[in-house]
Structures are given as structure tokens and as C-alpha cells.
Unconditional design. Structure first.
Length: 105
């Protein structure tokens, strides 16, 4: 099952240990240590990245963003799920399903 189908507001996500990241003036650069590819995140993406350094549910991240930014709730959740799906597809985060104690890679 791919990340997009598995991910929901109840899904817990966390940044993988197989990466190194650095703040670049509000943006983030991420190096995937296994494939050597760099990824970049804008300031909102950087905020999300900061939040998922510890395991959090998608809804926890969404609620934090809604409290910090002036954004429509539906758009926030849709954009958040899209970013998290991209991060998962690039093996930058682990997804832990509610009925599964082990992270998916």
C-alpha cells in the first residue's frame, strides 16, 4: 500500500534517522544519507519538518499550523498530506499506522 492511501489525520509520522538536515535562514535542506540526494523545504515546510522530529499525528501537525498561520483548515490538511506523502515516498519520514507499532519505510 502506498503512503498516500495509508496516511490520514490519525497517522503518526516522524523524520527518519537516515537523513541530516540544516536550517538555512528559515528554510531547510535535507540530505538523505542513503541515496545522497538533497531536498529543500520552504519556511512552512521547514516548520512541518521541525514538528516531525518527534513522532506526531498528522492532526497534531495540522492543528499547530492552523494555530500559527492564517490558512483554511481543508487546504491546510490537503497540503500537509501532500507534503508528508512526498516525504514518505522519498524515505525522509516513517509512517506509523494506528494498528501497526512498527514504522513503514
Amino acid at each position: 500500500m502506498d503512503a498516500e492511501k495509508r496516511m490520514s489525520p490519525e497517522t503518526t509520522v516522524v523524520a527518519t534517522k537516515e537523513q541530516a538536515s540544516a536550517d538555512l535562514g528559515g528554510e531547510v535542506a535535507i540530505l538523505h544519507l542513503k541515496n545522497g540526494i538533497y531536498y529543500g523545504l520552504d519556511p512552512i515546510g521547514a516548520r512541518i519538518w521541525n514538528l516531525i522530529q518527534e513522532p506526531r499525528t498528522v492532526s497534531e501537525v495540522r492543528d499547530t499550523l492552523l494555530a500559527e498561520y492564517d490558512v483554511d483548515a481543508d487546504r491546510c490538511e490537503r497540503d500537509l498530506l501532500a507534503l508528508l506523502t512526498q516525504l514518505a515516498e522519498n524515505d525522509l519520514i516513517h509512517i506509523v499506522d494506528a494498528d501497526d507499532a512498527e514504522p513503514h519505510k
